[in-house]
Design a protein around this ligand. Sequence first.
Ligand SMILES: NC(=O)c1ccc[n+]([C@@H]2O[C@H](COP(=O)([O-])OP(=O)(O)OC[C@H]3O[C@@H](n4cnc5c(N)ncnc54)[C@H](O)[C@@H]3O)[C@@H](O)[C@H]2O)c1
Length: 354
Amino acid sequence: MEQRKSRLENMEKIKKMKIFVTGHNGYIGPHLVELLKEKGHQVTGCDINLFLESAISKVVPPDKELIKDIRNLTVKDLEGYDCVMHLAAISNDPMGNVNPDITYSINKEGSIHLAHIAKQAGVGRFLFSSSCSIYGKGKDQTTGLDETAELNPLTPYAISKIETEKTLNALADKNFCPVYLRNSTAYGFSPMFRIDLVVNNFLACALAKGEIRIMSDGKPWRPLVHCRDIAHAFVALLETPVDLVYNKAINIGANSENYQVKEVADKVQQLMPKASIMFTGEVGADPRDYKVNFNLLYQILPHFKLEYTLYKGMNDLFDRLKKINFSEADFNADRFVRLKLLQKKLNTIASFSE
Ligand SMILES: NC(=O)c1ccc[n+]([C@@H]2O[C@H](COP(=O)([O-])OP(=O)(O)OC[C@H]3O[C@@H](n4cnc5c(N)ncnc54)[C@H](O)[C@@H]3O)[C@@H](O)[C@H]2O)c1
């Protein structure tokens, strides 16, 4: 009876958690807000809304919304929350190369600031949206790179993720549990759409222009995951007992979802047989080449299962883009390309931190 009571109390506690989500109006964020609210959690979203133009359908709003730069958040802003889910970032390798300062300022300094104030505010859990891109060029292309693999960052973006992981690691203690979700490259439908991710780019280009443009030689390996499955992983890792996830880096994806870029193009061509595959050679042999091992995720969460395979996610996205008559003008426009929108907004981003 006592046991049942405490289980119920626990469930009740899970239902009533207060979650602070940064970057909730980006590509992954809207799925996360929706899933958290479905589970009964109380959600605050914090964003500077850099990409509102990328909206292609309605989002489920959080319970409370703060339009504020993470670099300007205070301890008071975070008091009373059980968990911070930190997604806000300049999530773009090319932008990191064009303007490394902004990437470091937001992704590294901003994240470190957020971690410190979250800890001071008494937030118990901090789920950080890291990335498998920190593996850079991986040596193990057989079983894949696990969380103990050597890190080989090739961009300021990847370096910023590693530096944040290191700081969080140093802050971890019995009252503050950071978890590093090293996400695969995302794809698939989101209300805040982007076409600068490999799968979305190939699919949108094939639909809009009848071409699939491969910028490398097509050989690099990439682990891929649907953006909604990243959100599922955040929710699952929120609800997992602390001792199972304490201060752990966890690759997010599935062993079966590692693909070579050429394979992705072939799958898009199967959906649109008239589309031609072109090798543009723009980046030569892409140095970012990593096959990833996801065993740890399924050891920690034996019941976790991705909602999407690449095949299912591509079919879903194909249907949705057809429904909104995604056109060549849409493909060529700025609104779905993070780099183009960011370049227009550099001044706004800088002034937020003053
Ligand atoms: N998309 C992917 O393939 C992928 C893969 C691995 C990891 N990640 C990580 O997941 C997170 C979310 O990725 P995404 O694809 O949704 O990115 P996104 O660029 O679509 O969204 C990022 C959001 O953060 C907001 N933001 C940026 N700087 C901010 C600041 N200083 N203060 C407040 N808000 C700010 C933006 O306005 C935007 O809404 C990022 O941390 C990214 O590095 C993404």
